[in-house]
Design a protein around this ligand. Structure first.
Ligand code: FAD
Ligand code: SIN
Length: 537
């Protein structure tokens, strides 16, 4: 059996992307901070981000323009207070990132800015085509050198715990190296676990995006908002071995065009903004082209740009494609849409406050109302950094922290008798969930598809619960349990929205309906706020 252990910390952060690292660095000035990362520290969406960060700092731009573009993209259901608050703070977060060592491309002595879909002007601050890697390595360097920050790799949060309803006092975490479960008691817990895009068969995201924080918060009793709005990026590389390589929207920002396999441009048939229409429009157009004409992929062409320019502006995309036999200076790039971003999440304000005491959620796992029914390109890293700053401020202002031993019970698996075998049940269900979601709850939905998905997911849910209750845990099993929760929450939310709006398109209700000009909330009625293990025993 596992050896159980207990650890205390003042601040516990789950996740080592931009949100987790930045809030950790801010809070380390005052508190002892522990950051958990369920796999290797640099496996997160942040490190893979390409395009950049939206910030209305250019001469020809202002905050009101950025607000207007964000709200237009959000199709009527953005939270104005959050939108204004986040955008107002964009210059501050760019400055803070630079102070933490992040370098952005410059034009003369000013920051250069690029363009992406849905933006009315060049607004995206960037570092070549690997903005995320630059941010992540810079922040990580600072965090690793910081004596008040302890980073625990291969530590996966399982479930939140607290001795009273709505009170969070820590969590159970699975230490992948020793294969044991640790009880971590903390004064505050900050979920910074990223998105849930791995719930789809095809995704631009790293393996870490299994929606763990959202599923944990849901099991704990938090409201989960707007999960029907899963964003599909129009241009993921179509390749037999490289399945999750993004071809940045900034290529289209710099003029790249979409072609079908017959060599014809097609975006003008769908939207007058063509390649620079918002993502929901472009992804749906590609999906329609592919389905109607049975194409396996479409093509993105940037060959008409100067070769040196392409190599200099998009060095990583150029290199990676070349390794795979595609010279993007001479050939159009085969692309398909893939699940990219989770607009919904744990209901919070911009400071990351949830409905539970001492529990915060920031970044992609949170829902502030900033994105509404469709996120504007490069607004995510912005939201992550502003939330990290605001979250650290509210904690500093409200908590006199000290070590408390909450005396939480140790994890007990003594009655679990079945060893970790039958891996095929886990891998089969993983694959099945992701395929059901792709086929039935994807870019194009219908009532029939959604109902079928619901029925099939319910069967898998029973199987996963049964398996979880009787088997020793593993990382895959824990992720599977989160994925099935997420799949059901998305499907349930999509069924509730009987209209089409932004990223949610249901062909039985192809128009939007003002009755649904509001958010979709999902709450778990069986709150497992103590810990599953006690209710199980
Ligand atoms: P992440 O960076 O995903 O980090 C989540 C962390 O939580 C990871 O370290 C993970 O291991 C950890 N974790 C998860 N579950 C657990 C658990 N149970 N226990 C312990 N640890 C856990 N946005 C933009 O604004 N601009 C862009 O140019 C851009 N490009 C993108 C390109 C790609 C390919 C992708 C995938 C996304 C892109 N996005 C972009 C979106 C943006 O990168 C993400 O929304 C953002 O980085 C999320 O940051 P985060 O800190 O919330 O989560
Ligand atoms: C991209 O570079 O296309 C990703 C931008 C984003 O997701 O915001």
């Amino acid at each position: 059996y596992y050896m159980s252990e207990k650890i205390n910390t003042e601040v516990l952060i789950v996740g080592s992307g931009i949100s987790g690292l930045l809030v950790g660095l801010e809070l380390s000035k005052k508190y002892s901070v522990m950051i958990l990362s369920k796999s290797k520290i640099n496996e997160c969406s942040t490190a893979w981000a390409q395009g950049g960060i939206a910030a209305a700092i250019g001469k020809s731009d202002d905050i009101n323009n950025h607000v207007k573009d964000t709200v237009n993209n959000g199709h009527g259901i953005c939270d104005m207070k959050s939108v204004k608050n986040i955008i107002k703070n964009s210059e501050r977060s760019i400055n803070l990132l630079q102070k933490q060592g992040v370098s952005f491309n410059k034009k003369g002595n000013k920051l250069d800015q690029t363009l992406e879909g849905g933006h009315s002007t060049r607004r995206i601050v960037y570092h070549n085509d690997n903005t995320g890697e630059e941010i992540h390595t810079s922040l990580l360097k600072k965090a690793e050198a910081n004596k008040n920050i302890t980073i625990k790799e291969d530590f996966m949060a399982i479930d939140l715990i607290g001795k009273k309803e709505n009170l969070c006092q820590g969590l159970y975490a699975y230490d992948g190296l020793s294969e044991s479960v640790v009880t971590i008691c903390s004064n505050v817990v900050i979920l910074a676990t990223g998105g849930a895009n791995k719930v789809y068969q095809y995704t631009t995201n790293p393996d870490t995006s299994t929606g763990d924080g959202i599923a944990m918060a849901w099991r704990f009793g938090c409201t989960i908002t707007n999960m029907e709005f899963m964003q599909f990026h129009p241009t993921c590389l179509y390749h037999s071995t490289e399945k999750s390589f993004l071809i940045s929207e900034s290529l289209r920002g710099e003029g790249a065009r979409l072609l079908n396999p017959d060599g014809k441009y097609f975006m003008s048939q769908y939207d007058k903004r063509m390649e620079l229409a918002p993502r929901d429009v472009v992804a749906r157009a590609i999906d329609t082209e592919m389905k109607n004409k049975n194409y396996k992929c479409v093509y993105l062409d940037i060959t008409f740009k100067d070769e040196d320019y392409i190599k200099k502006r998009f060095p990583n995309i150029y290199r990676r494609c070349l390794e795979l036999g595609i010279d993007i200076t001479r050939q159009a790039i085969p692309v398909v849409p893939a699940a990219h971003y989770t607009c919904g999440g744990i209901k919070t304000n911009v400071s990351g406050q949830t409905e539970c005491i001492n529990l915060f959620a920031i970044g992609e796992c949170a829902h502030t109302g900033f994105h509404g029914a469709n996120r504007l390109a490069s607004n995510s890293l912005l939201e992550c950094s502003v939330m990290a700053i605001e979250c650290s401020k509210i904690i500093e202002n409200n908590y006199k922290l000290f070590h408390i031993n909450h005396n939480l019970p140790l994890w007990d698996e003594s009655y679990v008798t079945i060893p970790r075998d039958e891996n095929i049940l886990i891998s089969h269900n993983w694959g099945e969930i992701r395929k059901i979601m792709w086929d039935y709850v994807g870019i194009l939905r219908s009532n029939k598809m959604l109902r079928q998905a619901k029925e099939r997911l319910a069967i898998i849910n029973n199987e996963v619960n049964e398996f979880y209750n009787n088997h020793r845990i593993s990382l895959d099993l824990l992720e599977l349990r989160n994925l099935i929760n997420i799949a059901e929450i998305i499907t349930h939310s999509a069924l509730q929205r009987k209209e089409s709006r932004g990223l949610h398109f249901n062909k039985d209700y192809p128009e939007s309906n003002s009755v649904y000009e509001k958010c979709t909330d999902v709450v778990n009625t069986k709150k497992d706020y103590i810990m599953k293990i006690v209710s199980k025993a």
